[in-house]
Design a protein around this ligand. Structure first.
Ligand SMILES: C[S@@+](CC[C@H](N)C(=O)[O-])C[C@H]1O[C@@H](n2cnc3c(N)ncnc32)[C@H](O)[C@@H]1O
Length: 507
């Protein structure tokens, strides 16, 4: 299997620390604690876009999906800065001064962090999955200051050197802290040996990630939105996974309100979009798909009212796109329709409407939507180009259920949970083989290796979700908590409070 699921094994702090002791400059990558299963794909895609092989930058065994810190080596500062800027899920890249398993270890290994009496400096304190009181922070900071006695002035605003002390604590598989640091009343639980950090880092602030784009182009600031508009962070992640860069040709065959092409355009892509529904393309007086591009002075995409099942009739061009990035219609938020009618008698088109006639549409089964999408990708992408799409799924959906095409190789499958049972996957495929027109039907027939059953899992998602909720309620009633989700959450909170109380008692 070519997909690269994120490593879930816990790489020990020792292995991370040992990487930091080699002589090359070490950088510490700090990911945001979101979209955990997408972080590796996002980082690796940025590395590949800079012509770097991920294995030359970090040891895959050191990557842990549950840890937001990763020690890397970049060829130089400029490359590290460029990579940081082009990612979506990196907050910051630091230059490592020392890494330890405890504060004392980190202090002992640290080196002087200023080099002249004129160099201004400050130290900031950061923690992951824990909190430190002001006095605890100050004590730790002074251990570094007392050891190195920097002679330059302290400057809180724009100092020459900003150092960060970061304490990283483990989290549970849910992403919640393993050891709550404060009880429900907000009082700190005294530290004890049962709460060891995973790593303590002492590093200088170096390069910011590309998070500014997430905030700058948030959906909240857009004039034209619809129920299908995709959040800006995820569409930027998709565009990065598709290796979108300035002058890339990007197609979204299910463009809707244009949110994916908007992000592609922000990254410099030249965009083309099609959608079967003129109402969503034109909007209701807000200016339609083009509005947000105009508002933000972005190059306007080519938008065509078109049916994806007839893509080859709409476009003669072959192997022209660098990427196809899309959120296909699965009938959950937006129904899939295709041209044609199931009625026996077609209505004649009056002459006066020939110029603006829109053909009748009929239901477009999910199995066909996906088979057509992969065909469009195999035909439209350049060899080496990428198809990135989202597919909603319940827990029983497996990677073997994904549609396949002989010209496309699976690169990544990243899972985003959207509840206890429902989630969606971002699938990245790379075109590895040239398009052969005569093979279209033969390839299409092999689209679902597990048969129609896999397509049904997506097609019947709505019914399955209702079924799953019913089952959950019944199970809950059996166990006596009423089966409602908010009750289980309440229960969990109560359990957590008890856990904290128990810890207080045992400390
Ligand atoms: C999930 S939405 C895409 C949302 C889009 N990413 C956005 O930002 O709004 C799917 C879109 O596919 C369109 N669609 C449905 N059937 C289609 C077809 N046969 N060809 C092209 N577009 C189709 C729908 O009109 C809808 O706008």
């Amino acid at each position: 299997m070519a997909s690269q699921p994120s490593t879930r094994s816990s790489s020990s702090s020792a292995s991370t620390a040992s990487t930091a002791t080699s002589t090359a400059t070490q950088y510490l990558v700090h990911f945001v604690h979101r979209h955990l299963d997408f972080r590796k794909c996002d980082f690796d895609s940025s590395l590949i876009a800079q012509n770097l092989s991920p294995s030359s930058i970090y040891a895959a065994s050191n990557f842990d999906m549950l840890r937001p810190f990763l020690i890397c080596t970049f060829p130089d500062d400029e490359t590290a800065t460029k990579v940081a800027k082009s990612t979506v899920l990196i907050k910051h890249i630091y230059k490592v001064n020392s890494v330890g398993e405890t504060t004392e270890d980190c202090v002992a290994k640290s080196k002087p962090f200023t080099s002249s009496p004129t160099e201004s400096w400050k130290i900031v304190f950061d923690t992951f999955a824990s909190k430190f009181t002001k006095s605890e922070q100050s004590k730790i900071m002074h251990q570094f200051i007392d050891l190195h006695k920097p002679s330059g002035p302290v400057k809180m605003k724009d100092p020459t050197t900003t150092m960060s002390i970061i304490h990283e604590y483990p989290v549970k598989i849910s992403g919640a802290p393993m050891y709550p640091r404060f009880d429900h009343s907000g009082s700190p639980i005294p530290s004890n040996v049962d709460r060891p950090p995973l790593s303590v880092y002492f590093c200088s602030n170096f390069a910011a990630g590309g998070r500014d784009l997430v905030e700058k182009y948030t959906l909240k600031k857009r004039t034209y939105l619809g129920p299908t508009s995709m959040d800006n962070e995820l569409s930027l992640i998709m565009c990065n996974a598709a290796l979108t860069r300035p002058q890339s040709y990007v197609l979204d065959p299910f463009v809707g309100t244009g949110s994916i092409l908007f992000s592609a355009s922000v990254l410099g892509g030249i965009c083309v979009g099609t959608d079967i529904d003129t109402r969503v393309l034109k909007g209701k007086g807000e200016g339609g798909v083009m509005r947000n591009f105009l508002d933000c002075n972005l190059p306007l995409p080519e938008i065509i009212r078109g049916d994806n099942s007839l893509h080859s009739r709409l476009f003669r061009s072959r192997e022209v796109y660098d990427s196809i990035i899309t959120d296909p219609p699965y009938g959950i938020r937006a129904g899939a329709r295709k041209s044609g009618t199931t009625e026996d008698r077609r209505k004649p088109i009056p002459d006066e409407h020939r110029h603006d006639h829109i053909p009748q549409t009929q239901v477009y089964p999910v199995g066909d939507v996906m088979a057509d999408l992969l065909t469009v990708a195999a035909r439209g992408l350049k060899v080496g180009g990428r198809l990135v799409y989202l597919i909603p799924s319940l827990k029983d959906f497996e990677e073997g259920d994904l549609p396949t095409h002989e010209c496309l190789e699976l690169e990544w499958v990243c899972y985003q949970p959207l509840g206890l049972l429902l989630g969606r996957r971002m699938v990245v495929m790379k075109k590895v083989k040239g398009w052969v027109e005569e093979k279209e039907e033969e390839w299409k027939e092999k689209c679902w290796p597990n048969g129609k059953e896999s397509a049904d899992k997506v097609e019947k998602l709505r019914e399955q979700m209702a079924e799953a909720a019913k089952k959950e309620r019944a199970e809950g009633e059996k166990q006596g908590w009423g089966g409602k989700l908010h009750k289980t959450k309440k229960q969990r909170k109560k359990e957590m409070r008890n856990e904290v109380e128990l810890k207080k008692f045992t400390d």
